[in-house]
Design a protein around this ligand. Sequence first.
Ligand SMILES: Cc1ncc(COP(=O)(O)O)c(C=O)c1O
Length: 370
Amino acid sequence: MLDLKNQYLKIKNQIDAAIAEVIESSAFINGKQVSDFTEHLSDYLNVPYVIPCANGTDALQIALMALCLAPGDEVIVPAFTYAAPVEVIGLLGLVPVLVDVAPEHFNMLPQTLDRAYSPRTRAVIPVHLFGQCAAMGPIMEWAKKRRVYVVEDVAQSLGAKYKGERAGTVGDIGCTSFFPTKNLGCFGDGGAIMTKDARLAEKIKMIAQHGQREKYVHEVLGCNSRLDTLQAAILDVKLKYLDDYERARYRAAQRYTEDLQGIEGLICPVQESYTTHVFHQYTLRILNGRRDELKRRLAASGIPTMVYYPLPVHRQPAFCSLVRRAGSLEVSEQLCGEVLSLPMHTELTPQMQKIITAEICRFFSTPPQL
Ligand SMILES: Cc1ncc(COP(=O)(O)O)c(C=O)c1O
């Protein structure tokens, strides 16, 4: 699915030098590379405040903690998503209110929000899934009218732009992950929180360091969530290549689509007009109940694929009793049986892709195996 080794080898000298510099300085926590990277990321995103933290899940938890919500308050979130946002909503004693997504782009739809709203609604988390932004304009308009916070989950879409603005900088707070497989990935765990709001930035920073502004004075209940210096040094090198990485992914996606579009029983990803697409995943929809059969066939030919995600949130044992459903979640249910993500990374060559698409074409030219 990925080739992190060859991505590293192309910039090995710079990465190795950056790591050596950290080891030499031995400032493993809060070294200068943490503030350098944070500053460069804030320039890249064009947002005044970036607060680094330990991972993307912490980023979401700290963001919600900064909003001072009370137990039982409600947070709207899509039913078709990675689990992290739902998990932190539950951990904070809040109620995840699930909305359905669009089959075309897998993201939440602004028109589902009215149905999800209640007097206890405090926040909405658009998860920009697979590399493109949800319709942030209408979501922001809706949220402003009802005084609801918008926390963007950008873990899969860092670098994407919603009408010219970077994902994560349109809402009140943006949260991202630097997990190794992400478009900007480190060599371990890492995350960041971004905001334009000075007051929220101050609070977020404080929460991420045990609720302290001043050492040993704990003003609020916080946690310990830091991006370590080694990870920051690696990310600072890789950030320079992020636009190149996104272009490589985009070209690879175009090549897949050229070969696969028009096949009956298969739907290629569609890019919406209001957003760019950074193709964290290239996710097909396989119709007529043939997804698992195709997955097995590709595996037999040595081609890995992944199902992101096999279960919607409300069918997960950990969450089903916590959530409130806003309407039918039938698209989310349906997608869980249809989606199949193909290998997608910066090192994918046209030759590798031809082998993959030829096998998919062969599969669809043969009748279903019963
Ligand atoms: C949409 C989304 N949100 C949050 C996260 C959590 O990030 P982390 O693994 O760094 O905690 C992920 C990670 O896979 C993700 O895909």
